[in-house]
Design a binder for this molecule. Structure first.
Ligand SMILES: CC(C)(COP(=O)(O)OP(=O)(O)OC[C@H]1O[C@@H](n2cnc3c(N)ncnc32)[C@H](O)[C@@H]1OP(=O)(O)O)[C@@H](O)C(=O)NCCC(=O)NCCS
Length: 139
C-alpha cells in the first residue's frame, strides 16, 4: 500500500496502541512494545499487531486497524510482516478464519497449551456471538 511504513512503535506510539486495544476489545494481557509491528502513514498510526512468545509456541494476536482505514490492505500488510518476523510456526485464535486463510493459516484441532489457554480467555473474557477458532501457519 502506498506510503505505508511498518515498524516497531516508539513508547508514545505504543501507548496509543494500548488505547486502541482496549477500545477494540482485543487481547490486552502482558503487552510489551517490542512485540508489536505497527503501520504508519505520514507518522499517523493506522494499525498494529503482535507476536507473543509463549513457552510452547509463537502466537499472533492483538491485531487491529483503525476503523476508517479498514479494507484498504493494511491488516494484510501487518500480518505479512508479522509472519516474516516470526521465528517458527505461528498460532492464533480468531473469529475470522477467512481473513487468515490466504496467508496459509489452517484451522487446527490440536494446539499447544498456551493456545488452549487463549481459547479459554477469549471464550470467557472477550464474549462475542461468533465461535473462536485456533489456526496454525507452518513456517
Ligand atoms: C480484522 C482487521 C484487522 C482487518 O484489517 P483490514 O486492514 O481491514 O484488512 P485488509 O484490508 O488488509 O483485508 C485483507 C483481506 O481480508 C478481507 N477481510 C477484511 N476484514 C475481514 C473480516 N473481518 N473477515 C473476513 N475477511 C476480511 C478483505 O476483504 C481483504 O480481502 P482482499 O485482499 O481479497 O480484498 C480489521 O478489520 C480490524 O481491526 N477489526 C477489528 C479488530 C479485530 O477484529 N481484530 C482481529 C482479531 S483476530
Amino acid at each position: 500500500m502506498h506510503n505505508l511504513k511498518l515498524r516497531t512503535p516508539s513508547e508514545p506510539e505504543f501507548n496509543e496502541i494500548c488505547h486502541c486495544i482496549s477500545e477494540f476489545e482485543l487481547d490486552n494481557r502482558e503487552l510489551q512494545r517490542e512485540q508489536f509491528t505497527a503501520a504508519f502513514r505520514d507518522g499517523q498510526l493506522l494499525g498494529f499487531g503482535r507476536l507473543r512468545e509463549h513457552n510452547d509456541c509463537t502466537e499472533l494476536c492483538s491485531l487491529g486497524v483503525i476503523a476508517k482505514e479498514r479494507r484498504k490492505g493494511i491488516g494484510k500488510a501487518i500480518v505479512s510482516e508479522l509472519i516474516r518476523r516470526a521465528p517458527a510456526d505461528v498460532y492464533l485464535v480468531c473469529i475470522i478464519p477467512g481473513f487468515f486463510h490466504p496467508f496459509g493459516f489452517r484451522i487446527v484441532e490440536k494446539y499447544p497449551a498456551a493456545i488452549g489457554n487463549k481459547l479459554n480467555y477469549c471464550t470467557s473474557e472477550l464474549v462475542v456471538p461468533e465461535t473462536y477458532t485456533a489456526m496454525r501457519l507452518r513456517k
